[in-house]
Design a protein around this ligand. Structure first.
Ligand code: FAD
Length: 284
């Protein structure tokens, strides 16, 4: 089923997984998916390695989740360093497993890619959305990424929202947000989108924090911020203590978003099930 159709009738709950590189990680992910299936997600998504390392794995995991668990799936697809042939190969694989939902992304350039080789046919995610729509019409439901705190490369929030609008005008159906930890960022973002005439649903990206040091490192790269008081509360605390604080915080965050009428909650699971389960047990 297309996610855009679901979003017309209900608030979605979804989970994001990434394809592990090692066998040990794969075993963890098999277990994680088995556990989380019981929570009946509206859809699950599988990330795609822009650098090329795990692209086949993305198709394999998407196939596994769809065939073994019968879940609606969305495959992420990035376009940096891609050409029409490589995108066509991937959509061919997607069609073979009858996946109707794609998250159309630019991705990040590999650090070792020379500047002169960057750009090309697909410079921005909007180019990928336009290509997919031109070639495939309405076959796919296309999600795009949005950044409540702005994308790190954007010259400002207004420019970033203009660029988001380009993706939607090219044929994007809905938005999944970058993770954020302060709902005020999301609420301000929604106000700005409304002023810019953007009406597409925005599914909120949620990451329950279970290891504050790891999340602080990770968010520095993607431009999201962690509230300082949360860092101070969790830093140096035991694993169990951080887990409980992180879950409690995410529960309150989700409750606030649900009360404000959020379109859906998309959990960045990091391939673990405990924290996502604990949050859902409390909010459902
Ligand atoms: C929900 C979600 C899932 C993700 N999944 C993955 C994944 O599976 N694999 C992965 O590698 N990465 C993933 N990412 C990270 C993403 O690839 C990076 O954030 C990347 O830097 C930007 O991708 P984008 O699709 O938002 O790019 P774009 O929308 O192309 O934007 C990139 C930058 O260019 C600017 N821009 C866009 N259009 C124009 C224009 N016409 N002129 C000038 N500037 C412009 C934007 O403002 C922004 O600063 C994900 C991010 C999110 C939020």
């Amino acid at each position: 089923m297309k996610i855009s159709e679901m979003l017309k009738t209900r608030r979605t709950v979804s989970f994001e997984f990434f394809p592990p590189k090692k066998e040990e990680g794969e075993n963890v992910l098999y277990e994680t998916i088995k556990e989380l299936v019981d929570y009946k997600p509206d859809f699950v998504s599988v990330t795609y390695g822009a650098g090329g390392s795990t692209q086949e794995k993305t198709v394999e995991w998407t196939t596994h989740i769809k065939k073994v668990h019968g879940l609606t799936t969305m495959m992420h697809l990035t376009c940096v360093a891609a050409d029409e042939d490589s995108i066509d190969r991937i959509t061919g694989a997607v069609d073979a497993i009858n996946v109707q939902n794609l998250l159309a992304l630019r991705g990040d350039y590999p650090a070792d890619m020379p500047i002169e080789q960057r750009g090309g046919k697909f410079r921005y995610a909007s180019d990928l959305v336009a290509y997919l729509r031109k070639k495939h019409g309405d076959k796919y439901c296309l999600g795009v990424a949005g950044y409540p705190e702005g994308h790190p490369e954007a010259s400002g929030m207004d420019a970033d929202i203009e660029n988001l609008k380009r993706k939607l005008d090219a044929g994007g159906d809905f938005i999944i947000s970058q993770l954020f930890f302060d709902n005020e960022h999301y609420f301000r973002y929604m106000d700005r989108l409304e002023k810019a005439g953007i009406t597409a649903p925005v599914v909120a990206g949620i990451m329950p924090i279970i290891n504050i040091a790891q999340v602080v490192r990770f968010t520095q790269m993607c431009g999201a911020t962690v509230p300082q008081y949360l860092v101070e509360k969790m830093d140096g605390k035991s694993e169990k203590n951080q887990f409980m604080t992180g879950v409690e915080y995410a529960v309150e965050q989700c409750r606030g978003l649900l009360a404000a009428g959020v379109a859906g909650l998309h959990f960045y699971t990091l391939n673990k099930h405990g924290a996502t389960e604990a949050v859902l047990d409390r909010i459902r």
